[in-house]
Design a protein around this ligand. Structure first.
Ligand code: MN
Length: 287
């Protein structure tokens, strides 16, 4: 299957800075050759916005629109879209590009990304990505992203999240968003921890978008960004989980986000990221 690698080299509206440097770093480290060697056919598509003035929210939502168009192009050509982005908010564009299919979301992240502008202590749009997806905030701007429709809460599964803000945790507890902890994966294995939830998801949706914020990984093994925390999934556990997802439910698109190469002093995270993207490439189903 052809894999459309959609690179979005932005972080909070900044071009190629911090986590915005992640996508091109992976390309420089042989991502396309790595995918070709694994039997995939990578096609590259780079997302760019022409705003004269880059601003977090306006540019962020503009990028989501451009991602949506590119994901739709990939789906129309029976290619599997993998979005490599600085920010998790790229997910809104990816899911929008898959409409009108009923899309579920399997979200790997050390954070909940479930803040709204009223609960967020930082104001960071990235930390609201899941809340935007389920239609809890930024509704007006999200509707401007071509094809966007809110995902039902029960069609979202958070995996490995362990770092929440207080109000964010309350919001999650009151929602129907599913959660599987990293400790469940560690004690029951990927299939034991995720199997039942994935089977339930498969009955509700046509397929899923798999989101991998790489900071779901244990920061002591693979430092991903300045928000990384220890105690997360090991690289092997993450790869097992991705395999389990693909066994239970069609995977329509994937995203890999939040990698700041300057945090990866030993190169360990780059190596894991390449493996994750290759595994995702194997997971793809024609949408
Ligand atoms: Mn995130």
């Amino acid at each position: 299957m052809r894999v459309r690698l959609i690179t979005v080299p932005y972080d909070s509206g900044h071009f190629r800075d911090r986590m915005g440097a992640g996508p091109e770093h992976l390309l420089k480290h042989g991502l396309k050759d790595w995918l070709r060697d694994a039997g995939h056919m990578p096609v590259a598509a780079n997302i760019h916005v022409d705003d004269a003035f880059l601003a977090e929210n306006e540019t962020g939502f503009g990028l989501m629109g451009a991602i949506s168009a590119e994901v739709r192009r990939a789906a129309d050509q029976a290619e599997f879209p993998i979005v490599l982005a600085g920010n998790c908010s790229s997910s809104v564009g990816t899911v929008a590009g898959l409409s009108p299919r009923r899309v579920g979301v399997v979200w790997f992240d050390s954070h909940g990304d479930f803040n709204t502008p009223d609960t967020s202590p930082s104001g960071f749009l990235d930390g609201m990505a899941v809340a935007i997806l389920v239609g809890h905030c930024w509704r007006q701007l999200a509707l401007k992203v071509d094809g966007f429709q809110a995902v039902p809460e029960r069609a979202v599964l958070l995996v490995g999240a362990r770092d929440f803000d207080a109000d964010e945790r309350d919001r999650l507890d009151r929602s129907a968003v599913g959660r599987v902890s990293e400790t469940a994966v560690q004690s029951q294995g990927a299939d034991g921890a995720l199997g039942v939830a994935l089977q339930a998801l498969a009955r509700e949706v046509d397929g899923v978008y798999v989101h991998v914020d790489l900071d779901v990984l244990d920061a002591d093994m693979a430092p991903v960004n300045k928000f990384s925390t220890p105690g997360g999934l090991t690289p092997e556990q993450l790869l097992d989980c991705l395999e389990a997802v693909a066994r239970h439910v069609p995977v329509l698109a994937a995203g890999v986000t939040a990698f700041d190469p300057t945090c990866d002093t030993e190169g360990a995270t780059t190596e894991v990221a390449l493996k994750v993207i290759e595994q995702l490439g194997r997971s793809g189903t024609a949408a």
